[in-house]
Design a protein around this ligand. Structure first.
Ligand code: HMG
Length: 422
């Protein structure tokens, strides 16, 4: 029996920042961000968006016209958690109207959490072939204004339906993993932004890739030539390029010219280049990008996937694209999602970035007005997050926050109390 990904849905916030504009303001040559980092735009979550609303927005299209009783598990992966105890999956379960028999819980290991969730989903379906599991990866990547990590921020969610005889990708059982204790990237509970040793994190990423690749070869006997395409965790797309160049060299025993390895990853980079890092979602956003934007049909082809989560754990695994997969993709919907986004001026981006819910549990209402897709965080009441379905989406002009500068304007716009500036 084949088990794997039957459907994929990507959600990214409705607002974005052009990195060429950010570069100018930060006094950096735009080419550094566009080529050196390999990022063009960065998704910016609006007030009223968090990991719950993004996850629900990603899952919703996979449930339209489906029997909700058919979903037996909802597994949510995130490293932008909103609660130390209650799983964000429970809120998503309610917003989606899933059945009480559907288990819902949360996974964490930096960006690797989604792959851990995927493995649990695959095992569940392998044991109970009638089961369908929703895996959703949802995150907001924050490093801080003006930091080296700033151009590698981003946000988004990706939902996958896992089932027997999947229409998109049948996943092979061998996950070649490697875990080491590294302080390359972490976020203590008292911080909103990650702490990162950027250069170390890149070295550890490549080292773990090498270890996982060797183990995968030993486990499966598969070699480089057995893979048609590769998808990597993409903290920024240049990282995936560096990783693949290294893997090609390692696998072939000599440096491989760019024209030979580049086509094996090029299509997987397009969505990530426009969203930025979505942490747990990033590898699966790369998969959606590969399947949806590639001109060449991949029916029956084997893909190699590398998942990396700082701290750190990684895995290399393989999947085979299923015949007729294109009919099961959401290509048009994703194109529309990217096309309908609105560019933010720098001032509006910084205002949105500084927006915080109160950290002491005091009652708070998030003003309406920003486009948050089909769900929004309406506020906090009695230490409880209040979520609601958005009946009539009301997109606003993204230039408005910039036009109205200052704390009072921000308060009018985003809520009845302001968080502390960074
Ligand atoms: P930086 O200080 O901007 O680095 O930080 P840089 O000065 O070395 O520049 C970056 C690249 O731009 C270099 O390319 C420069 O040469 C190039 P490279 O030499 O590496 O090929 N460059 C230019 N290119 C063209 N024209 C120019 C120009 N100037 C310079 N004019 C860094 C970069 C990625 C370290 C920083 O953004 C950062 O710390 N980001 C966050 C950490 C990160 O993403 N790490 C990736 C691996 S860890 C991971 O993937 C896990 C993660 O997703 C978290 C999780 O698991 O939960 C992060």
């Amino acid at each position: 029996m084949k088990v794997g990904i039957d459907a994929l849905s990507v959600y990214t916030p409705r607002y974005y920042l052009e990195l060429a504009e950010l570069a100018v303001v930060r006094g950096v040559p735009p080419e550094k961000y566009l080529t050196g980092i390999g990022q063009e735009r960065m998704a910016v979550p609006a007030p009223g968006e968090d990991i719950v609303t993004m996850a629900a927005n990603a899952c919703l299209p996979l449930l339209e016209g489906q029997d909700l009783n058919g979903i037996d598990m909802l597994l949510l992966a995130t490293e932008s958690g909103i609660d130390q105890s209650k799983a964000a999956a429970i809120y998503v379960h309610r917003l989606l109207g899933l059945a009480p028999h559907c288990q819902a819980f949360e996974f964490k290991q930096a960006c690797y959490g989604s792959t851990a969730a995927l493995q649990m989903a695959l095992l569940q379906v392998a044991r109970h072939p009638e089961c369908q599991v929703l895996v959703v990866a949802t995150d907001i990547a924050r490093y801080g204004l003006g930091t080296a990590g700033e151009p590698t921020q981003g946000a988004g969610a990706v939902a996958m339906r896992i089932r027997a005889e999947p229409r998109l990708l049948a996943i092979e059982p061998d996950f070649a993993c490697c875990t080491e204790d590294a302080m390359d990237f972490w976020r203590p509970n008292y911080r909103d932004e990650a702490l990162v040793d950027g250069k170390l994190s890149m070295r550890v990423y490549v080292h773990i890739l090498e270890e996982c690749w060797r183990r995968h070869q030993a486990l499966t006997g598969l070699g480089y030539a057995d893979f048609a395409r590769f998808c990597y965790h993409q903290p920024f797309t240049r990282m995936a390029e560096k990783a693949h160049e290294r893997l090609a060299g390692l696998a072939c025993g000599h440096a491989v010219e760019r024209p030979l390895w580049w086509p094996q990853i090029a299509d997987s980079l397009l969505y990530g280049r426009l969203m930025g890092n979505s942490y747990t979602g990033s590898l699966y956003v790369a998969l959606a990008s590969l399947l949806e934007t590639g001109a060449e049909a991949l029916d029956g082809e084997r893909l190699g996937l590398f998942s990396y989560g700082s701290g750190c754990t990684g895995a290399f695994f393989a999947g085979t694209v299923q015949p007729g997969y294109r009919a099961a993709l959401r290509t048009a919907a994703h194109r529309a999602l990217f096309a309908e986004r609105q560019a933010l001026p720098i001032a509006a981006y910084e205002t949105m970035y500084r927006f915080r819910l109160p950290a002491d549990g005091s009652a708070f209402l998030v003003s309406e007005g920003c486009d948050t897709g089909a769900f929004r965080l309406a506020g906090i009441d009695g230490h409880q997050r209040q979520y609601e379905r958005v009946r009539n989406r009301r997109p606003v002009r993204a230039t408005e926050p910039a036009a109205e500068a200052g704390a009072e304007a921000t308060e009018r716009r985003y809520g009845n109390s302001l968080a502390r500036p960074q």
